[in-house]
Design a protein around this ligand. Structure first.
Ligand code: FE2
Length: 263
């Protein structure tokens, strides 16, 4: 006896249902042969529990194909249902979209948690990446920068651990749906502009930023690096706490985001 492959269920219900006949259903030490099947067409079928769309009670019917579940029918019979489908319906994707929005709503919490993890990052500096990030944001805040800049300064190195040599675009992509375009651009390019302060010590070209001379946001990126980022390695600086930025993070990452679907 062999297990049915997952693809068996990933077809229209009228194909799958008759082929389930005579199959053996195994649950733990018990098994039984399937002698009778019924087939329902989801939201296209008034006989289906799913006809009125997803509800807390029918949500299980919108799971992945091949998912079996048992329910009590009319309070009398125990019935086994299996979800099948060759493709998702509008209701399936509406359900996924709802879950995605709920998940996205907790993004500020994940940003804060991730920032906290920067405490344990690369060595050699007098302060941790978290302290550097906080100091960058504190300097921006004390310069009177608006919340977009403060939060961008706070997260500008958030990709450091997974992309040590190209972390700038990671932070930029996290910010892009939520802040002004010039802020995203600055964070995206800050690695190149920042190299002005050290590349020559490593035998490299410190003037990579010259490729952007004449760009409308060149000067603000140069200023971001000079005033906030490059200045934020001072162990004696009176840096604000991570908690003090929680409201700013929530403000920015709770905004209505554009998505790639909007393009
Ligand atoms: Fe930095």
């Amino acid at each position: 006896m062999t297990d049915l492959p997952a693809e068996f269920y990933d077809r229209p219900v009228l194909e799958v249902a008759p082929e389930l006949l005579n199959k053996v259903l195994v649950a733990g030490e018990r098994s039984g042969r399937i002698l009778e099947v019924e087939a329902y067409g989801g939201e296209d079928d008034p006989g289906s529990h799913a006809w009125r769309g997803p509800t807390p009670r029918t949500e299980i019917m919108y799971g992945p194909s091949g998912h079996w579940y048992v329910y009590l029918s009319y309070g009398v019979h125990w019935c086994a249902n299996v979800v099948v489908s060759a493709e998702g319906t509008a209701a399936d994707y509406a359900l996924l979209d709802r879950h995605e929005r709920i998940y996205a709503a907790s993004l500020p919490d994940r940003i804060m948690a991730r920032l906290g993890e920067l405490e344990d990052s690369l060595g050699g500096y007098q302060i941790s990446r978290l302290q550097h990030s906080l100091q960058t944001a504190t300097r921006a805040r004390r310069d009177g920068a608006d919340v977009d800049w403060v939060v961008a300064a706070l997260v500008h190195d958030i990709g450091d651990d997974l992309a040590p040599y190209n972390h700038s675009p990671i932070a930029a992509e996290i910010l892009r749906p939520y802040v002004r375009a010039e802020v995203t651009w600055t964070i995206e390019q800050h690695g190149v502009f920042q190299s002005y302060y050290y590349a020559h010590y490593l035998g490299n070209d410190r003037d990579g930023r010259d490729a952007f001379v004449g760009h409308e946001w060149y000067q603000q990126c140069a200023d971001f690096c000079e005033r906030w980022d490059q200045a934020a390695f001072d162990p004696a600086y009176n840096t604000d706490s991570l908690d003090s930025f929680a409201d700013d993070v929530r403000t920015v990452f709770s905004r209505t985001a554009w998505s790639h679907l909007d393009r």
